[in-house]
Design a binder for this molecule. Structure first.
Ligand code: FAD
Ligand code: SF4
Length: 508
């Protein structure tokens, strides 16, 4: 047994930041870093192969960099079981005076580590990666009957002096969405500057090979893998985004096109969530691009709102409402998530495209998540916990603090409207307008009954019928509910019958 150490510094797979608070005062002669690839982290939800490679490759590179700097690192590869048991054993071996940990991104992990620390004092330190602490968000929420992202975002803009001209928002408006969110024309996006993809080095390739064999039955594929796994790569990806895609970000933010997974998005969520990039530097780079005349204000404001607004806001909600938040099911949705979510094998072209690229790359952009896969699950009435399990499994950027509120709150309305002011519901016409998917699909977004009825359109009307009483007086949904009155009773019955067929028949 080695001599006791002073601090055992725990670094989790989404805490790959040398400036994290757990490293404050680190003394390599007295302290040790502890990192662990606990297999349970890849299996407690059925993690996709891309996601496992993303986390393990980035962890191994981080440990390598720490060692190169001369820090003592205990790194456990592929340890069976959970983080809690692993930490318990590490404490028994190292006998530290204290365990230090930056606040994890997952409530479950925090509980497990607290329990594992037992009698050894555990310091859970503020995660400085975020611009709004959990306490600051709680202060924002206190006394408000309703939480709305827009007001929070304005506070953040003022507080952090982002896109401000004196006390006024740059350009005179807080929000330029009216200029954003167009569809591509009938000929599609044309040439889109490709995203930066990184050829796996030896360390990453080892992980790809490991995942291919060890997690062969997990969804998706481990290769090709091209995501940034080091800070240097993440910085390069950020620069290429700012130079080549940011100017068009807002314009095409909601547009989709078959076989075009990347478009004008940043693809930086995983790099930020693993803490390879700080949101402050991403926001600063975007603002600087606007001030230098390189990118228009609507694109830059729209992009910054996602990070300074939505990203901080959902984290605030997560820590304010956990653990009960994960159990919410306001619409009492009880159906099993269709099995083809794990394969993408469905005749619905929009779903096949979104799920296909998700399994291949571990990526889909926000509107694909919200208005294709998420919308379908909501209209279908899939049980929110299963939907949550799917989203947490399949994306390289999936960490619970951000995934759960987006899935349960924004996408499934399972929190009854805490996060989003209304359920995001639409017929297949929305997807038709924003993409080319419907052109080659065997279904017709304009039909709600019959063999060719688009499942989204059928299920949209079925959703309104099922929840008519709940939303009849809802300020933002009442108009949609009112349209039900125009449907004859016989057609209502046909919609309900067709919805039943959609749920019980084979869409896979
Ligand atoms: P861009 O579209 O280029 O946006 C820039 C950045 O803004 C993103 O990198 C991200 O950090 C941030 N951002 C954008 N929208 C949101 C949002 N709604 N909430 C928080 N941050 C946001 N994001 C995750 O990081 N991890 C998840 O597990 C995740 N799960 C989601 C599940 C559902 C059902 C939905 C509807 C959204 C989810 N999001 C999640 C939010 C968003 O879809 C992704 O952040 C985004 O698609 C990542 O791609 P990008 O980096 O190209 O983002
Ligand atoms: Fe999707 Fe319906 Fe369009 Fe087919 S018709 S691509 S199912 S929205």
């Amino acid at each position: 047994m080695s001599a006791p150490c002073r601090h055992l510094v725990v670094v989790l797979g989404d805490q790959l930041d040398r400036d994290a608070s757990a490293f404050d005062g680190f003394d390599p002669t007295q302290d040790r870093v502890w990192m662990c690839e606990a297999t349970e982290e890849s299996t407690h939800v059925w993690s996709s192969q891309q996601r496992i490679v993303q986390f393990l490759a980035a962890m191994r590179h981080f440990a390598h960099a720490l060692r190169a700097e001369g820090l003592p690192v205990d790194y456990e590869t592929m340890r069976e079981g959970g983080l809690g048991d692993a930490l318990r054993e590490a404490i028994a071996q190292c006998r530290p005076a204290r365990v230090r940990l930056t606040q994890p991104g997952d409530w479950r992990v925090l509980q497990a580590l607290r329990e594992a620390a037992g009698d050894t004092p555990l310091d859970v330190l503020e995660d400085r990666h975020f611009l709004c602490s959990a306490a600051r968000f709680a202060a924002h929420a206190r006394g408000r009957r309703q939480l709305r992202m827009e007001y929070f975002y304005r506070e953040m803009r003022r507080e952090h002096r982002v896109l401000m001209d004196g006390e006024q928002p740059a350009g005179g408006e807080w929000n330029f969405d009216a200029d954003n969110r167009e569809a591509f024309g009938p000929n599609g996006p044309g040439f889109v500057p490709p995203p930066t993809r990184f050829e796996p080095d030896g360390l990453t390739q080892q992980v790809v090979d490991l995942v291919r064999t060890r997690f062969a039955d997990h969804p998706g594929q481990a290769a090709p893998f091209g995501w940034p796994v080091t800070r240097a790569q993440a910085l390069q990806a950020l620069q290429v985004f700012i130079d080549e895609r940011l100017p068009n970000f807002g314009h095409w933010q909601d547009a989709m096109w078959t076989g075009e997974p990347w478009l004008y998005h940043a693809h930086l969520a995983a790099a930020m969530n693993l803490k390879l990039l700080h949101p402050r530097e991403v926001i600063a780079a975007a603002e600087a691009a606007w001030r230098a005349g390189h990118a228009p204000l609507p694109a830059v404001e729209g992009f910054i709102r996602q990070i300074l607004g939505w990203r901080e806001y959902v984290r605030g909600i997560y820590w304010l409402k956990m653990p009960d938040y994960a159990e919410q099911n306001a619409l009492d949705a009880q159906h099993d998530l269709p099995a083809w979510y794990w394969t993408g094998q469905t005749p619905m072209r929009c779903m096949a495209d979104a799920i296909g690229q998700t399994l291949q790359h571990g990526y889909a952009h926000h509107i694909q998540r919200l208005m294709v896969t998420g919308l379908f699950a909501l209209l279908y009435g899939a049980e929110p916990r299963q939907v949550h399990g799917w989203y947490l499994s399949v994306y390289v950027d999936a960490v619970e603090w951000v995934e759960l509120p987006n899935t349960l709150g924004m996408s499934q309305y399972a929190d009854g409207g805490l996060l989003a002011s209304k359920p995001y519901i639409a017929t297949g016409r929305y997807i038709e307008r924003m993409s080319d998917h419907c052109r080659g699909c065997r279904f017709d977004p304009g039909q709600r009954t019959g063999e060719r009825a688009c499942p989204f359109t059928t299920l949209y009307w079925d959703f309104l019928i099922r929840h008519e009483a709940r939303f009849a007086k809802h300020p933002r949904l009442a108009l949609q509910v009112k349209n039900l009155a125009r449907i004859e009773p016989a057609e209502r019955s046909a919609i309900v019958a067709r919805a039943h067929e959609v749920r019980t028949g084979s869409l896979g």
